[in-house]
Write a protein that binds this ligand. Structure first.
Ligand code: GRF
Length: 209
């Protein structure tokens, strides 16, 4: 629609960037009514920055500071500033390997989402596909959720199942999970960009049809 400001996304990731690429491509072809305003990584060599640059998107490496699993205060301030400079409406985490807390989540309250490679609340944390395989579940899946102060505990927006097949290895299972991620994450971000998702405590609701 003319005159209407485009919804702006910030994407944070540390890895190869398949989810970021899927979101960017869905924006480019109009499936998501939004534009990727900035892609940020805590690793200078992360594939996600390359995926962003080859699409002509702004790609920033921002050093994470002195900690291994979170941003230090100066880094957190730099991340917030970069996202604010890009005027983002939503921050999508796509394989960002650091826990975000405190000031970051207050600044972007109810505006940070994540994709997790399991059916939460089962198997939070790292290598969730491997946790599922080791546990012996027959069904696992993918969850898109809001980010809160906990680890993979925020209100759930969307989930889809993935079967664990006989003979699956961590690699084959993760591959099938990632195929589902590349569908479900853009679909969830599209619903968020359209303003269709409301959140009240643990519950998310469709606010429009
Ligand atoms: C995905 O499997 C996602 O679920 C997890 O990290 C991985 C990121 O992959 N949080 P990519 O960098 O998007 O390819």
């Amino acid at each position: 629609m003319t005159g209407q400001r485009t919804f702006r996304l910030g994407i944070l990731g540390s890895g190869k960037g398949s989810n970021a690429a899927a979101i960017a491509d869905a924006c480019a072809c109009g499936e998501i009514p939004a534009q990727v305003a900035v892609v940020i990584s805590d690793r200078p060599d992360a594939g996600i920055l390359e995926r962003a640059r080859e699409r002509g998107l702004e790609a920033l490496y921002l050093p994470p500071g002195k900690f291994r699993t979170k941003l230090d205060d100066a880094a957190e301030a730099a991340y917030i500033q970069a996202l604010q400079n890009a005027s983002v409406d939503l921050v999508a985490l796509a394989g960002f390997m650091r826990i975000l807390k405190g000031e970051f989540l207050r600044t972007f309250a109810n505006r940070v989402v994540n994709i997790h490679p399991a059916l939460l609340p089962a198997f939070p944390g790292l290598e969730a596909w491997k946790q599922a395989l080791d546990y012996g579940v027959k069904v696992t899946g993918v969850t898109v959720h809001f980010v809160d102060q906990g680890i993979d505990t925020g209100a759930i927006i969307a989930q889809e199942t993935v079967p664990v097949l006989p003979g699956d290895t961590a690699q084959t299972l993760h591959g099938r999970i990632q195929e589902v991620e590349r569908k479900i994450y853009p679909a969830a971000v599209a619903a968020l960009a359209r303003g269709e998702i409301g959140v009240a405590g643990r519950q998310t609701v469709r606010t429009q049809i």
